[in-house]
Design a binder for this molecule. Sequence first.
Ligand code: ADP
Ligand code: ZN
Length: 652
Amino acid sequence: MHTANATPAAISATAAREVLAEVFGYPAFRGQQQAIVERLIDGGDALVLMPTGGGKSLCYQIPAIVRHRAGRGVAVVVSPLIALMQDQVGALDEVGVEAAFLNSTLTPQQAASVEQGLLSGRLTMLYAAPERLLTPRFLAMLESLHARGQLSLFAIDEAHCVSQWGHDFREEYLGLSALHERFPDVPRIALTATADDHTRADIVERLQLQDARLFISSFDRPNIRYTIVERDNARTQLLRFLRDEHEGDAGVVYCGSRKKVEETAAWLQDEGIPALPYHAGLDAGVRKRHQDRFLREEGLVMVATIAFGMGIDKPDVRFVAHLDLPKNIEGYYQETGRGGRDGAPADAWMTYGLADVVNQRRMIDESPATEDFKRVQRGKLDALLALAEAHDCRRVRLLAYFGEDSQPCGNCDNCLHPPVTWDSTDAARKALSCIYRFAQHGREHHGARSFGVAYLIDVLRGKSTDKVTQHGHASLSTFGIGADLSEPQWRAVLRQLVALGHVVAQGEYGTLALTDTARTVLRGDVTLHMRTPSESPRRSRVRSRGAAAGAGDAPAPRGSRTAPADLDVSQTASFEALRLWRAAVAREHNLPAYVVFHDATLAEMARRRPKSLAELGQITGVGSKKLDAYGSALLDVLAKAADPGGVVRQDV
Ligand code: ADP
Ligand code: ZN
């Protein structure tokens, strides 16, 4: 029988902290983790909204462990991501927690052995796909556990899958309300990184979580540095970004189309950067192989469409680059949120240009959706474009979009290098009048047509091309009125006008036309400001937010490709030695390296150079099982790295 109030809150709190330190080796809870964990341990329900990388897994893993130790049986974790269950279970095994998964990848014998573990009470946690969970056979097993008081909790991960409003609705999730109906006294926790109100209301209703306490975390990811650069040559810009700042790092490059994914991956390979393509058009086997390699090998660049990424919880992704504009801020934030889950510095980097604005607007206009739907899409695109055009803190804008107030962050491009701007109102008016004249001239000459960006710029700059002469546009009053600005400057002005919705580019040739709001600019009711195009400053490798504000452009140590920038030469050598050791262990255990230890943990070892098991146990990320299993090997590696010639010198 489940007795919700028998455990005084203080006992739960102590038990939770003990498990955090002893099993996971972490000194403190993050954000709301502690309150969530205690709520579950005490038998309550919870709905958790936390950004990607916020630390959702511990919110159910710790209550599961505490309750299992208190004799309350097994926790059942529902997850849609079959591919990742194996790594989750592997990671729990590394820290000494008995867990298993049940999904379609198991042979009947394997499944039978998991079921036996489940019924015997050996397991602390069982991961299951929803379709598996809801079979009569499985529900009967749960009934039998429940009758013996051996069902400790249900965790429903990626809970937004239950909502048709969310971006990945899954039919099977609807059936999960059965859990509450059959086992009303078993505590449940539902978790998601999707923030909007509509989806949240759906989750509460469909999973019957009316009694759940709601935990909403800040959506800030302070270790991610946001940068949006104006595109001049996307490939050159990307290559410079990868070579200067992320050599040897793992990261994702998002592209808007499958074709561009293939081309970009091939080109990066030619440039000597280890890159793999991923998109929904590739064979399932190839996709799986590429995903596995990305998770298990170090320093691979995944070039992908948005088909890649859902549930990828590789913690050491050091950058997420966008070569094309995403559809909205939700998508952008989710994709960039895949960087830096380990809390170490990561980059979110995007190139952005006129073509993006035109394409995204056109895709909405030409889609077969209803006018209502298109209006919503346009509003979302406008918010993203405002972010891209912004001269002030990107993070303040991102968080404001999710309903959070904040102060300038000191860790985005605009905070770090406040852009120099110029008053572009006058230029904008020249461009708008020129578009207006085209239309007027066309009407007067019975050939109403308008013209694209390149042509407009020729006329503004006073170039007498054949086409200009042919259309008689050299006689327009606007011919040559913009000779003072370069072609890239004009493109930027046009981009701003399209982004702000004063100009639309229509049809196959991107024919320009004014909108109603153009009048406000022509009349001088609004002023516009634009970033002065400049050579983008050469930047240091990303640093933590605190360091970034003061450290400016200190050069990165070049010797190591992925060591944190604050390690000195000998610490870097220790870090590299630890990484080599880790790679060997990971291979032996058939796990991704980060499951053995995170980079941040290895860096702390290299920095603090523990000399005893007790000192080693103090390091964040070293729990008691890992200390037992690896402690003396690690002390060995550290001692050798610190004093490679030690043995020889003693002999001299
Ligand atoms: P989410 O599922 O919310 O995206 P995870 O549960 O994968 O995030 O956690 C992200 C990373 O943060 C993981 O590597 C995890 O080990 C680490 N982490 C979570 N909580 C803590 C904590 N209290 N202290 C240190 N590291 C933590
Ligand atoms: Zn900022």
